[in-house]
Design a protein around this ligand. Structure first.
Ligand SMILES: [Fe+2]
Length: 494
């Protein structure tokens, strides 16, 4: 009952914004090709160029049976295009959990200057030189049987507000570092006022996500960022196949070949989903800079770290290592001016000491740190989320680590982040965490701030220097981080 009411309200809201979007600056020719198919959400994904030559993929989430809209637009040369969108394959056994929606997609032409999905304007291109990147992560509203975030108020789950304020910054491109779906349980009867009619997990699958929960947790509150700029989506551990994976691969995965990655199957008469199914590393290269004079290439290597242990080195690290080898090989071969590593679980992230009352190591995530060891020398920066804070860590001779896990999901404790006297892959006494990996030295500096927000990254005049401006959910600046010579130095400004 709650699920049905949620879906209907979403459709009403989105139809309204579609109509208003159609009045925005659109080439007259594009309007002539208008097809009155409305979408529940529409966005432009940053995608690998081996699948989409322009590096941009248009997606539309529609009500099942509505029929795909067309992708309209105009090119630099002033010609109009009208391209049919194709249904993205949906796992057959997803059944009732995803029956309400379908997803349509089409690569955006490389010379497009305007684009519309049906009646909705979507970002059509990236600028020739990028100088403003918005970044966030950890966005869903936490619903567990024993831990309910108040999803009904912007002060306690401010994703819609954060999305609006990211858009106000007019970024050229947006990076989301993963963990979109946090609605993992049926709302307890006594907490109905907090859950805001949140849909329960599907009953037909051994997973927690459904189309309705993706609409509530991501597709509706993220629409302002969808409207603002193309968005690069990283897979988080909440998008493992047992959680929101089917939805991630249906809605946000930027590769056409991954549509059925988490498809359920029947084994021994039981419906199951894959496990430890990391997707191949992919990459994108942009020109960045403050002017044409300092324009240079930046490659982002995107590693899928949906699986693995945070506090221990397991056998999975050897499997995960292939992802980091692929990233290293590509950077070594392509030799960009600058390279960043994007991976949801941090290589050098710190949890609060309260999580370890018996004095365990605060470093996370151990499997990722072990899997990537010796393969980080070409990066100037590592970007992750996963830990529900804003954080920066400098390990000697390693790229600086920025954590952006403050994107609306329930935050971690405000205190408890002293700079450790021991490094990642160590126990708190400095001894090796595992015989499978060598401990890193202790950090030279750390910085942690615990409040909702996101960051805006702008390049500096010096090659490989960047400024990361942290803004809270209301758009107020609370910290500035300078990135230079592979180190991140943050200063709180309030
Ligand atoms: Fe995570």
């Amino acid at each position: 009952m709650f699920m049905r009411r949620t879906v209907i309200s979403v459709v009403v809201v989105c139809l309204t914004s579609s109509v208003s979007g159609a009045t925005m600056a659109v080439a007259p020719g594009a309007m002539a090709a208008y097809v009155p198919t409305s979408s529940l959400a529409a966005f432009t994904l940053v995608a690998p160029t081996f699948e989409v030559p322009s590096g941009l993929l248009a997606r539309a989430v529609i009500a099942s049976g509505a029929g795909c809209p067309v992708l309209n637009g105009s090119t630099e040369a002033g010609t109009d295009f009208t391209l049919p969108m194709k249904l993205r394959p949906k796992p057959v056994l997803a059944g009732a959990a995803y029956a309400a929606v379908e997803v349509c997609e089409r690569g955006i032409p490389a010379d497009a200057v305007t684009a519309m999905v049906g009646s909705r304007v979507i970002p059509a291109s990236l600028p020739d030189r990028i100088d403003r990147i918005a970044l966030s992560g950890e966005s869903g509203c936490r619903i567990l049987s024993n831990d309910i975030q108040d999803c009904s108020r912007l002060s306690t789950w401010p994703l819609a507000r954060i999305s609006r304020n990211i858009a106000k910054n007019e970024p050229d491109v947006i990076i989301n570092l993963g963990d979109y779906l946090y609605r993992e349980a049926t709302c307890p009867m006594n907490d109905q006022n907090l859950c805001a009619s949140s849909p329960p997990p599907p009953g037909n699958l051994p997973v927690t996500g459904s189309a309705a929960s993706w609409i509530a947790d991501a597709l509706t509150p993220m629409q302002p960022v969808f409207d603002a700029a193309p968005i690069l989506m990283v897979r988080g551990n909440h998008e493992s196949c047992a959680r929101g994976g089917i939805g991630f691969f249906l809605f946000f995965s930027p590769q056409r070949s991954t549509a059925l990655q988490c498809a359920p199957s029947i084994v021994g008469g039981v419906v199951v989903v894959p496990s430890n199914d990391i997707t191949p590393t992919w990459h994108v290269t942009w020109q960045v800079g403050t002017s044409d004079a300092d324009s240079h290439s930046l490659t982002l290597e995107v590693v899928d770290s949906a699986y693995g242990h945070d506090g221990a080195v397991s056998a999975f690290a050897a499997t995960q290592r292939t992802s980091y080898v692929a990233a290293e090989n590509h950077v070594a071969k392509s030799r960009p001016d600058e390279a960043w590593l994007l991976t949801h679980r941090p290589i050098f992230g710190m949890l609060p000491t309260q999580f370890f009352p018996n004095g365990g190591s605060v470093w996370s995530s151990a499997d990722q740190a072990a899997a990537s060891q010796g393969l980080l020398g070409r990066y100037g920066l590592i970007l992750s989320s996963h830990i529900h804070v804003a954080q920066a860590v400098n390990i000697p001779r390693q790229p600086g680590q920025i954590v952006l896990g403050n994107g609306a999901t329930e935050l971690y404790p405000k205190t408890g982040y002293p700079t450790p006297t021991y490094g990642p892959l160590s126990k708190s006494d400095g001894s090796a965490l595992s015989p499978l990996a060598t401990p890193y030295p202790a950090p030279t500096s750390t910085w942690t701030d615990v409040r909702f927000g996101y960051a805006i990254a702008t390049p500096g005049r010096d090659a490989k220097s960047w400024s990361f401006e942290h803004q809270d959910d209301r758009g107020r600046i609370f910290a500035e981080c300078a990135v230079a010579r592979r180190a991140v130095n943050c200063q709180s400004t309030d």
